[in-house]
Design a protein around this ligand. Sequence first.
Ligand SMILES: CCCCCCCC/C=C\CCCCCCCC(=O)N[C@@H](COP(=O)(O)O)[C@H](O)/C=C/CCCCCCCCCCCCC
Length: 216
Amino acid sequence: MDDSEKDFNLKVVLVSFKQCLTDKGEVLLDHYIASWKGLVRFLNSLGAVFSFISKDVVSKLQIMERLRSSPQSEHYTSLQSMVAYEVSNKLVDMDHRSHPRHPHSGCRTVLRLHRALHWLQLFLDGLRTSSEDARTSTLCSEAYNATLANYHSWIVRQAVTVAFCALPSRKVFLEAMNMESSEQAVEMLGEALPFIEHVYDISQKLYAEHSLLDLP
Ligand SMILES: CCCCCCCC/C=C\CCCCCCCC(=O)N[C@@H](COP(=O)(O)O)[C@H](O)/C=C/CCCCCCCCCCCCC
């Protein structure tokens, strides 16, 4: 793991998902983007084998940041306002088209990150509940096969499987969280996971209500 990440505090990143949520159950995009930027920073610390993943996430975050700084930025303060604006203005490609008219809509872009958040939720819970000798590649694969793999091509799935082999041990992962001990790291995961789950569940319900879960 890259030494420059020694000051990386994953707790700040994971708990930052709590800041995404308002009392009214909105998911704020600025905090959502910031949380993902923190995850990318951790991903980059794992080495170049994950760069193809990191580049994809960064490209999606750049799309969202462009929308947040555009003349329409007021419509992109939350996932809820984004969905309402893009759906009502027909800015979302709702079916499988060979030449999408809105390949970089916020709804489509966030959906990819939303699916990845489900992977993260399952992976972190696996890390939290698994035995000390559990293989992180297995934890990652199980979470991936239950989530993102359903939306990826064969070639992406193969590349991901190879990348998983480069993952550090569970012990190294927990140490990377810069907590006092593995036990405290596991405890922190237990504190942070509900926030991630809540963001995921609200987003899932929002997308399902607007039939956006299968955007091409
Ligand atoms: C103490 C534990 C801390 C764990 C923190 C982990 C931080 C992980 C950071 C990011 C997670 C992965 C994000 C993956 C986003 C994938 C988005 C996606 O599905 N993109 C595809 C679809 O986009 P469009 O083409 O439709 O625009 C894209 O086609 C695929 C790109 C290739 C990358 C996909 C790989 C997914 C791997 C998921 C497992 C990541 C393992 C990271 C190792 C911890």
